[in-house]
Design a protein around this ligand. Structure first.
Ligand SMILES: O=C(COP(=O)(O)O)N(O)CCCCOP(=O)(O)O
Ligand SMILES: [Ca+2]
Ligand code: NA
Ligand SMILES: [Zn+2]
Length: 283
């Protein structure tokens, strides 16, 4: 069934587990996520980035996700990932999103608070929950130094002020992860996470979780992470299966016979994440 993000994350926060938030931009990725959730009886957040909206078309990807979510037997939310443009957030609210991220983390704190508070008021008025980001979760390609990444981490006092003044439902925090494939092993600041959770006591979001070792994921969940964003690992599962399939079969040309197995490969990766996060069986 289609539900709001907070309905899924409030329960995860209370019961101490995390829910996968997986990016989609087409039919097959959406199928992989929904089938994985059904087969592991997991609640799940299906999210679309601004790039995904451009690729698929906002009404189209909304129709695909909402139709499949409404038919599903497990709770599914439709989330806007990294909504950096205010008007894009408004368009998603108008097109049936049940959760939106207003990502104004690149703005100074006071401006981030101002725009996030406005989005929270509008979204809550429409029965939609809101994610925001404090601290900077960059990309592994960003050529910033270790100190700069340290400096970009979320300050607990700022996070408390931000949460109180905006009324945000769940907060993405920077504790050492980054988007994209990692070159070395990411080092997560667990003390920082523990402090933020104790001070804010709301659902927390981990971005850049592809490529983070399983033990670190488990520890982050035990310390209060409740939404875990995964995209790169799914993309890589798709591409691996596609290359392997086309190398083995030079004759195949039916997209269903090519994309179908790729969908299955993505589904297997997603199922493993749901089990690792503790969402399996919680639907
Ligand atoms: O935190 C994450 C997941 O990060 P990871 O899967 O790379 O670790 N995300 O928020 C997913 C980011 C998706 C970006 O999509 P576009 O290419 O369309 O901009
Ligand atoms: Ca990553
Ligand atoms: Na997000
Ligand atoms: Zn992210």
């Amino acid at each position: 069934m289609l539900v709001t993000g907070i309905e899924i994350l409030e329960k995860a926060h209370k019961e101490g587990y995390a829910v996968g938030a997986f990016n989609t931009s087409n039919l097959e990725i959406t199928q992989a996520i929904v089938e994985a959730a059904e087969e592991t009886k997991s609640p799940v957040i299906i999210q679309v980035s601004e790039g995904g909206l451009k690729y698929a078309g906002i009404e189209t990807i909304s129709a695909i996700v909402r139709t499949m979510a409404e038919k599903a037997s497990v709770p599914i939310a439709l989330h806007l990932d990294h909504g950096t443009d205010f008007n894009t957030v408004m368009k998603c609210l108008r097109n049936g999103w049940t959760s939106v991220m207003m990502d104004a983390s690149k703005l100074p704190l006071e401006e981030n608070i101002k725009v996030t508070k406005t989005v929270v008021q509008i979204a809550h008025g429409m029965g939609v929950s809101v994610e925001a980001e404090i601290g900077k979760i960059g990309g592994t390609e960003d050529n910033i130094t270790v100190d700069e990444r340290e400096a970009a981490m979320t300050d607990p006092e700022e996070a408390l002020k931000f949460a109180k003044e905006t009324g945000v439902d769940y907060l993405a925090i920077a504790i050492g992860t980054a988007h994209g494939p990692y070159k070395g092993e990411p080092k997560l600041d667990f003390d920082r996470l523990k402090k933020i959770k104790e001070m804010l006591n709301i659902p927390l979001v981990l971005h850049g979780a592809s490529g983070v070792p399983e033990e670190a994921i488990k520890k982050a969940v035990s310390l209060g992470i409740n939404k875990i964003n995964i995209d790169t690992d799914i993309r890589q599962a798709f591409a691996r299966r596609l290359r392997d399939l086309l190398e083995k079969d030079r004759e195949v040309y039916d997209p269903r016979k090519i994309l179908g197995p790729c969908k299955d490969a993505m589904k297997e990766v997603i199922k493993q994440k749901m089990i690792l996060f503790g969402a399996a069986g919680k639907a």
